[in-house]
Design a protein around this ligand. Sequence first.
Ligand code: G16
Length: 561
Amino acid sequence: MVQITVVKTKPYADQKPGTSGLRKRVTVFQQNQHYAENFIQSIISVIEPAERQAATVVVGGDGRFYMREAIQLIVQIAAANGIGHLVIGQDGIMSTPAVSCVIRQKKAVGGIILTASHNPGGPNGDFGIKYNIASGGPAPEGITNQIYEVSKVLQEYPICLDLKADLSTVGTQTFQVDSFKPFTVDIVDSVEAYGEMLRDIFDFPALKELLSGAKHINVRLDAMHGVVGPYVKKIVCEELGSPADSAVNCVPKEDFGGHHPDPNLTYAAELVNSMKAGEYDFGAAFDGDGDRNMVLGKHGFFVNPSDSVAVIAANFNSIPYFRKTGVKGLARSMPTSAALDNVAKALQMQLYETPTGWKFFGNLMDAGKLSLCGEESFGTGSDHIREKDGLWAVLAWLSILAVRKQSVEEIMKDHWHKFGRNFFTRYDYEEVDSDAANKMIADLQTAMLDPSFVGKKFSSGDKTYEVALSDNFAYTDPVDGSVSKNQGLRIIFSDGSRLIFRLSGTGSAGATVRLYIDSYEKDPQKIYQDPQVMLAPLVDIALKISQLQERTGRTAPTVIT
Ligand code: G16
């Protein structure tokens, strides 16, 4: 019989979940007494006490430093709260999309994901805890607000200090906890259920032919020492026959090998360089928890994530799942370029524009209004689960290559010819002084919301743009009517070009200022230009309007996408 101890604690004021869970430095979790325990208790508190004994909760993480300790705390606190059943990935490992899949498959009440996504790991890196609900998706704001409210007043939590689960062996462990029904912990193979799901979505024999048949293409997949490595090895190499050396950095590491596990042109430079010589026809990288992806063509031809979802939408017939279910609607986050809108218009599909954060897609999917969506932040996915899904996106692209028998570059250029091109760039200014960033945004908002701002003209070089609309984006959920305000400052010019300013909700230190620029071009003579050249006048205007450089002291962004 395992005893329950009630531990006295004091609330923390800084446990408000951000865009996707609570993300802080590992040292914050380690050095502040009961910090992780408090947040875990706050999450469990939102599960109705009457439901707990019959409840299943899925637990998994991206393998980063401190994950194992956090999982043991979840086991001990869940048991003491009367949760009946936990399903945990072997060794604690489970990608974010796989957790979403398993929550749905097991009809769990939710899941707890231990990840700080693409943020660096290790003792000096970041850690994160995130709650997903029964649909498999990230908890919506109504629930994250409840978690935050509990965290602000928490005085004590129950815990089974003597309970320890063996995370390494697949199978069921049962514990008798005080007066509760037996508490069971199932350790499951992390890849199995997810692999099974993908087999139902894609044409595996066709993908096998593409990757290992007589006329196979050469691919290079970089797991960046994140959680997706075992999934890529098992599904793409072992099952679809891609050579073992086509997948690299596949062993999850606590510190991601000292790198940023972020699939973009800056942090996935190793993949970009390895593609340059032209040895590989297709390349992809994933982030720490396996929900983000970056797609490259031969010689490192870059597919912008905003374009990626548009191409998948335009070619949805290449994917058996969509042939079966049809495409009920499309969606993108507000800062994502409007490339998807052009496809939606041409195919006469409904297009939804949501705030940043995958959680906003969930209601639309649950209501049968949305099948395929994406974000500029390297997230692409569909209603097969309720998270973005890196490996799914890669198999979607490979399915298109298999059907069209063209290169990534040919497919992309053909798309621009047909739909026009949305030039897009994002400038990130990381770890900026928070006060300076907040003040810059506040002052910009004041200037932008002044009625005289609309109609103003801004010039750079020989280009002049006239403001048609400026606001702080607000979203009313079409399903439950909930309103999310202050989701990003937008300036929309009369030609449709957009400047967007936001503070990131996923950083762990200081503020990250994001500047997004989107501009549409349909002149076939201009669609192949370098986005940085095409967008230079708009960048210049954005920096002038916001006085970003003067206000933050930053003369250049940390990352340009
Ligand atoms: C999370 C969310 C995404 C969001 C991204 C960036 O991704 O799930 O929906 O687009 O953060 O958010 P922000 O601009 O606020 O930093 P991930 O991969 O970090 O979980």
